[in-house]
Every structure is written in C-alpha cells, then in structure tokens.
Design a protein around this ligand. Sequence first.
Ligand SMILES: [Zn+2]
Length: 79
Amino acid sequence: MYQCKDVAKEANDYIDGNISLRKRFGLFLHLIVCSCCRNYLQQIRSTISTITILKPKEKSTTNTKDLAKKLRDISCNND
Ligand SMILES: [Zn+2]
C-alpha cells in the first residue's frame, strides 16, 4: 500500500502520466483514503496550469519536482 511519502515521490510522474498502470493504481487507492495527498496533487496541478497559462515560456524551465516538494511541505505534515 502506498504511503504519503510515496505519493510525494511519484507525484510528478503521476501528473505527467509517465507512470506504470500498477503504480498509478496504487497511488489512486491511496488518494481515495488520503485527503491530504488529494489536496497536494490538486495544488500541484493548479500551480502547473497557472504557470502554463501565465508564463508559457517558463513551463519548460520550471522544476516541477522541486515545486512538488515545496507544495508537499506546505500541504502535508503527517509523516
Ligand atoms: Zn497521503
């Protein structure tokens, strides 16, 4: 069973879709039970889409892994 730290580790690939079906399903199961990680992924998605809309040129240079880690620190403190 996936835990919050696993979600944090895989969040970037999960959002990008670069993830195996097995992993995706494991994360999905965790997201059903963990509102913390749901909020976390939602925040990443909205932040990325904001960057994409407002600063298209910066999208490719934005470090989404770093971003994901920062957001996780904000949204999730239950390790
Ligand atoms: Zn979680």
